[in-house]
Design a protein around this ligand. Structure first.
Ligand code: FMN
Length: 138
């Protein structure tokens, strides 16, 4: 395509586990029939499109991100989600905002880990890799 694949939607509440894991994610609810990339972990970008009826505080801002597509098999039984962690931006409050997720390189499959600690360790490595990749291709 010559540009990253983009998924847009509104940020909804997930299970609120992300912040405890150290990587709070924006869970993006995309319209029906949106083409979602294969389950996996990706490097890419999260962009604020608008804040709904609120002042557009995040409008146009674009953050390097680590993205997860899948059913969070470590915790079992959640519907498929598209989630993006904006690197080092644990302060963002994006609930209700309209955002876009741009998919860069796929890093790995979405896996079931035997412990939450093992998942967190892998997420740290994912974030490091996403940081390197997004720095190369701004
Ligand atoms: N969940 C998994 O079960 N397996 C994974 O391999 C996995 N990899 C992830 C990698 C990254 C970079 C991110 C941001 C999330 C990943 N997740 C994975 C999803 C987390 O389980 C999820 O973000 C967390 O449970 C918070 O979900 P919540 O927003 O519904 O609370």
């Amino acid at each position: 395509l010559g540009r990253p694949h983009r998924v847009e939607g509104v940020v909804v509440r997930g299970y609120q586990r992300g912040r405890q894991l150290g990587f709070p994610t924006a869970n993006v609810e995309s319209p029906e029939h949106t083409a979602i990339p294969a389950d996996g972990v990706y490097a890419g970008w999260l962009q604020g499109v608008s804040n709904g009826n609120l002042p557009a505080v995040y409008g146009g801002e674009r953050w390097p991100a680590a993205i997860s597509v899948g059913t969070n098999p470590t915790f079992e039984g959640v519907p498929r989600t598209v989630e993006a962690y904006a690197l080092d931006r644990d302060d963002l409050d994006l609930y209700g905002a309209h955002v876009a997720v741009d998919f860069g390189r796929r890093l790995r499959a979405n896996l079931r880990f035997d412990s939450v600690e093992a998942l967190i360790e892998q997420m740290r490595a994912d974030v490091d890799e996403a940081r390197r990749i997004t720095r190369e291709t701004p």
